[in-house]
Structures are given as structure tokens and as C-alpha cells.
Design a protein around this ligand. Structure first.
Ligand SMILES: Nc1ncnc2c1ncn2[C@@H]1O[C@H](COP(=O)(O)OP(=O)(O)O)[C@@H](O)[C@H]1O
Ligand SMILES: [Mg+2]
Length: 434
């Protein structure tokens, strides 16, 4: 039965890839580049684009600046405003630059992952089918463990945790069911509930993958998780990890939360060696820009730069391998849906639970794929009255699978509209912030 879905997903993704290729999007002119700061291993810059951009977060890019290309990824996009995470520092201001990207790359990757699901025994296809609302299996009675576990967390934190009745019910459902939907308008505490639920699952011994469509949403979700797990041994041991480029300074309060932070703590010698070499490289590059240099001097500098690069390469690879190892062992990993589909260390491992925040903006094929990574359960948080997923293709398949959200597909939207109670759904109604 899942095969049938896969075929439809593939066809929608093919339509979207075709539409993206047609509209180009490969070359964008950027201006007003401004260095925002170093976020662990990335140099973060803001830019203004000459057209409105529609690329997903974590899309790999090349930035052409002064005739040279530099690698990076998209951290976030809002209309014309773009944040990039670059591998190199290019000074404090970049007047103009050209962005090269193949935004269909992430969709090609998702297609590959869906293709793999067919032949992977460990892919939890039946959970994906349940998520899509395609099984009528009986729902187990909701347990009442949440309250007890939250009490323990309160003791660990040394302060009370606030939650209302429906938030507690949501956590109970997540703990006992395979599929749960938590729905509510903005400000009703969905992301807060997500944080409490993840902490509770971790206390109950489960590993959790936390995903969302955008980096910004993953940051906020992981911040919520850290709030409840900060006093726990798993957090202190560097096993609660945000993976990917972030641009949220409030994450600085939790240096242990980012995989790069933990990596640097666990490998101080390697990290400082890399830092030294990076500094050396930067200074050599600066020297080589001096116009008064003789040809010989220029050549010598070039050789020196190449030498430093040669030394850096294996060290960086070593660090990357260690990073992947941390992700493979972590109890909680937080990243975007795109990152989960491209990073082997995420999609080749299994988690007990997968939790999706702001799910109304995620593609259905992405949600289905990500739930195949969960051994036991998937919990979906969101607000289906908000903007749905964005896709360019104007075909039936795209409209059905890329322009509707998972709430619609699973029948949640319909049951809320009918005012029905659905055992897999919890509504959050009290608005704490509008
Ligand atoms: N039970 C609660 N008691 C007090 N404050 C709450 C409660 N639930 C949520 N909040 C607060 O409401 C605000 C919005 O919560 P958030 O989780 O971001 O909502 P959503 O994700 O639904 O938009 C946050 O400041 C959060 O701390
Ligand atoms: Mg939220």
C-alpha cells in the first residue's frame, strides 16, 4: 500500500523539480552583504536579493564574490532578505555577490530517500501509513505517566513546570500512542508542549528526532527542549544536539546544545589546531591581496596557502567524522526536514520517536519519510490555518501532495471543522501570546 503513495510522491516531486528547473533560480544577484558573526563553524551573512527567493533552508549554495566561488548553505529566507552560512569569512561588508543554487537538489535527495524506503526493512512504513490516516487500528488508552515524569523533571530542574490540562493530555497521548496530532492557533503553547513531551520521552528512555521545515523553527523547538532537559545527565553529556546552521543568539545560553559546541569541548586539541591553521590561512590570504607584492612573493604566499590548506583538510574531515559520530549516538537530534533527508548520520539511524513542529508548512512526502525513521511513534505539532507548504508546480499531483499539509491528508482538518473529537488529536485552545 505504501508503494502506491511512493509513486504519487515521486510524481509530485518530479513535477516540482521540473517547475523549479524551468523557473531557473540558479543565479541570483545579492547586495548589502553584512557579516553577522561566527556561529560555531559558519560565518553568517545577511543579504538582500534582487528577486523574491523561495529556496528551502539548508539548500547548498555557491557564492561568487570577487571572481571566486565560496561554499555555504541557506540559513533562512524571508522574501528578499536572505541569511547565508558560509565556510569562509569574506570581510564585514560584501557590496555585491552572485548566488548560485540548485533548489531542486533537496527534492532530488528526498526522492532518493523515498526510493530507498522501498527496500529497507528498518523503515517503519506502517507508521508512515498510520500518519497518513490509512489504518484504522485501535488506539491504546491514554496512559497517565506524563504527570509523574514531569514531576521528576521539576525536581531535576529545581523549579515548577507550567502546563494546562490539554498540554498534559497531549504529552500523555504522545507517550502512549503511535501517532498524535497537536493542533492549536499561534501562542497556545505548542512548541512549549513539544519541549515538555521530548523531555518526557527522554526520561522514559526514548531517543527523539525533532524536525521542522525551517532552521528558525528547529532553533525554537530545540530551545524549548533544552529548557526542560538542561539539568539532565543526557544534556550535560552532550547527547541533546541541534544539528545544522543556526542564527538564534538565545541558543548561546546553551553551549552544549549545538553539536559543534560539544565537538569543540570533546576535542579541544583538534579544534584549536584547526583554529590556528584557519587564522594562519586568513592572514596569508590577506597578505596575498597586497598589490605591491612581487611575482615571487605572490608565488611564495600561494605555496604557503596551499600547504596550510593541505594540513587543514584531513583535520576537518576528522572533525566531521567525530561530528557524525555524536549525531549517531545522541538521545535527541534537532534539524530541518531537509537536513534529515541529506545527512546520512541522521537518516541512516533510527529514533524511537519523531516529533515535527510547524508541520503545516512541511511537504506530506517529507512528513511520511521522516516517520519511517521512528521505531515507535510520531507526533505532529502545528496550525493548519497558517500558510501551507509552498510549491511552484501547477499539476494535480503537486496540488495534492505538495500544496496541502499533513493535517488535511490525515483527516484532522475535517474532524476539527466538524467539531468532532478524534482520539489521535489534542487541541490547545488557551492563547498565552498572540
Ligand atoms: N501552560 C502555560 N503556562 C504559561 N505560559 C505558557 C503555557 N503554555 C505556553 N505558554 C507560553 O506561551 C507562549 C507561546 O508558547 P509557544 O509554545 O511558543 O506557542 P506556539 O508554539 O503554539 O505558538 C510562550 O511564551 C510560552 O512560554
Ligand atoms: Mg511554535
Amino acid at each position: 500500500m505504501f508503494e502506491k503513495y511512493l509513486l504519487q510522491f515521486q510524481s509530485a516531486l518530479n513535477d516540482e523539480i521540473r517547475a523549479l528547473r524551468k523557473s531557473g533560480g540558479q543565479k541570483t544577484f545579492l547586495s548589502d552583504g553584512c557579516y553577522l558573526g561566527k556561529r560555531l563553524d559558519r560565518y553568517v551573512y545577511s543579504f538582500t536579493a534582487d528577486t523574491e527567493l523561495r529556496f528551502p533552508d539548508d539548500t547548498p549554495v555557491d557564492l561568487e564574490y570577487r571572481g571566486k566561488k565560496y561554499k555555504g548553505t541557506i540559513v533562512s529566507i524571508e522574501g528578499f532578505e536572505l541569511i547565508l552560512g558560509l565556510e569562509n569569512h569574506l570581510g564585514d561588508a560584501i557590496a555585491t555577490a552572485i548566488l548560485f543554487t540548485a533548489p531542486w537538489f533537496l527534492l532530488e535527495e528526498l526522492k532518493k530517500r523515498l526510493e530507498e524506503v522501498k527496500n529497507l526493512k528498518s523503515a517503519n512504513v506502517s507508521l508512515a501509513l498510520k500518519l497518513l490516516g490509512k489504518t484504522s487500528e485501535s488506539i491504546p488508552a491514554t496512559s497517565s505517566q506524563a504527570h509523574k515524569i514531569l514531576n521528576k523533571l521539576e525536581q531535576q530542574l529545581g523549579k515548577p513546570i507550567e502546563y494546562n490540562e490539554n498540554q498534559l493530555l497531549a504529552i500523555d497521548k504522545i507517550l502512549s500512542q503511535n501517532v498524535s496530532f497537536i493542533w492549536g492557533p499561534p501562542g497556545t503553547g505548542k512548541t512549549k508542549t513539544l519541549g515538555m513531551a521530548v523531555a518526557t520521552l527522554v526520561q522514559a528512555g526514548e531517543s527523539v528526532l525533532v524536525v521542522a521545515h525551517s532552521n528558525a523553527a528547529v532553533d525554537v523547538a530545540m530551545l524549548s527542549v533544552a529548557q526542560y532537559l538542561q539539568a539532565s545527565p543526557v544534556y550535560k553529556n552532550g547527547l541533546v544536539l541541534r544539528y545544522g546552521v543556526t542564527n538564534l543568539s538565545s541558543l548561546d545560553r546553551f553551549p552544549q546544545l549545538h553539536v559543534r559546541g560539544v565537538l569543540e569541548q570533546h576535542n579541544p586539541a583538534l579544534s584549536s589546531q584547526i583554529e590556528q591553521l584557519e587564522k594562519q590561512k586568513k592572514s596569508l590570504v590577506r597578505q596575498s591581496r597586497n598589490e605591491k607584492l612581487s611575482d615571487l612573493q605572490r608565488q611564495q604566499l600561494k605555496t604557503q596557502i596551499a600547504l596550510v590548506k593541505q594540513k587543514l583538510q584531513p583535520l576537518k574531515e576528522q572533525l566531521k567524522e567525530k561530528e557524525a559520530e555524536l549525531i549517531r549516538q545522541a538521545n535527541v537530534v534537532g534539524c530541518t526536514l531537509s537536513k534529515a533527508a541529506i545527512a546520512q548520520e541522521v537518516h541512516q539511524r533510527r529514533f524511537d520517536a519523531v516529533v515535527i513542529d510547524e508541520a503545516s508548512m512541511a511537504y506530506i512526502p517529507h512528513c511520511a519519510f521522516i516517520s519511517t525513521l521512528a521505531r515507535r511513534r510520531v507526533a505532529v505539532f502545528g496550525d493548519f490555518r497558517q500558510l501551507g507548504p509552498i510549491s511552484q508546480a501547477d499539476t494535480e499531483a503537486a496540488r495534492e501532495w505538495l500544496q496541502q499539509d499533513i493535517f488535511n491528508e490525515a483527516g484532522i482538518t475535517a474532524s476539527v471543522k466538524r467539531g468532532c473529537t478524534d482520539p489521535i488529536l489534542v487541541l490547545l485552545k488557551i492563547q498565552y501570546r498572540k
